[in-house]
Design a protein around this ligand. Structure first.
Ligand code: TRP
Length: 332
């Protein structure tokens, strides 16, 4: 494993432990501010990044294994079926930069398909995920140098100390769909800057489709997605001295056809008052808290969006049922 991991793994060093505690404190303060502000405005909302604490991340992992949740399964199958062809279209690649640290399986398939690869750089805000991902991938791909970067990949502008060489970006899971069109454009422009001239970018993007398939993917029969969604309120209770009764809110997934996106809300099942950090929030029956958007793009729609940030389409791969797409882009 690359020596860069030493700085991440040195938890026995008091300075590292103190830095970690400081980060956790800052994250709780940011959560408090976002919740108090988001519950005070209309419509109410809480930013989706707070869905992913340890409990939420474990539940999301369960979502990716659900029969109804096709994105993970189909994207993995696309990489299995077209890995060789993708690698041919990508051409020589020395460095793979992954935005988010992924589940490892998809990344492994891509790494296996890229013969000349020597460095893998995952970027993630969660140090714990990075350490896990780096361990797993170094174990599976001996000889590969892993250089994790702790940071918000929508804001990381340069990779300090990264080796020279041909770069491929990878952004899977249709996470780009969780950004507004405007934020997705900004992300793509930032990634262009970070990856640099002559780079290529492989992005997994969920396609528009029938609501019979789309809605259950975000509201499964076993209630795993509902548990993931409601964990946000449980997290408020745990971390912000909240008293949400999670049996009095319901997970709701609906499709906004005008915006081309799934919208996730938590709806109040009764008229009730909730307290968070000593403040009271009165909910009417049916009043909702917005927590996430998941935009869906046809192949030409996504290519048009990418073009606004300077990315040209090389090729797009889709499955036989047109559920999911993998876009290969290059910088003009
Ligand atoms: N990137 C995932 C998606 O848009 C995130 C996600 C899946 C999600 N299921 C969810 C977010 C349910 C909130 C609630 O498909």
């Amino acid at each position: 494993m690359a020596s860069d991991m030493s700085s991440l793994l040195a938890e026995d060093r008091p300075s590292a432990a103190a830095a970690k505690a400081a980060r956790r404190k800052a994250e709780t303060a940011a959560f408090a501010e976002a919740v108090l502000e988001g519950l005070s405005r209309r419509p109410r909302s809480i930013p989706s990044r707070f869905l992913y604490d340890a409990a939420g991340s474990a539940l999301f992992e369960d979502i990716t294994k659900l029969e109804e949740y096709y994105p993970t399964r189909v994207e993995t199958a696309l990489l299995e079926a077209f890995g060789k062809e993708i690698a041919e279209c990508v051409g020589d690649t020395d460095i793979l930069v992954e935005f988010g640290s992924g589940s490892g399986r998809k990344t492994s398939l891509l790494i296996d398909a890229l013969p000349g690869l020597d460095t893998y750089i995952p970027i993630d805000v969660s140090e714990a995920f990075l350490v896990e991902a780096a361990k797993r991938l170094s174990g599976k791909h001996p000889g590969l140098t892993v250089k994790p970067v702790v940071g918000d990949f929508t804001r990381t502008r340069t990779l300090v100390g990264a080796p020279r060489g041909a770069r491929l970006g990878f952004f899977s899971g249709s996470t780009i769909g969780n950004l507004t069109h405007e934020d997705a454009k900004a992300f793509l422009a930032n990634a262009a800057h970070l990856l640099g001239k002559d780079s290529r970018f492989l992005i997994g993007v969920d396609l528009k489709k029938s609501l019979d398939i789309l809605i259950p993917a975000y509201d499964d029969a076993d209630g795993v997605t509902a548990a993931f969604s409601l964990n946000l309120l449980a997290r408020v209770n745990r971390e912000l001295d909240g008293d949400f009764d999670t049996t009095k809110f319901a997970h709701q997934a609906s499709y906004n056809a005008r915006e081309g996106r799934i919208e996730i809300h938590l709806g109040s099942l009764t008229s009730q008052t909730v307290r968070v950090l000593g403040r009271s929030f009165a909910f009417t029956k049916g009043e909702r808290i917005h927590t996430e958007n998941s935009h869906k793009y046809s192949v030409p729609e996504f290519q048009a969006l990418a073009a606004t940030a300077g990315w040209r389409p090389v090729k797009a791969w889709t499955d036989a049922e047109d559920l999911f797409s993998l876009h290969l882009l290059r910088l003009a």
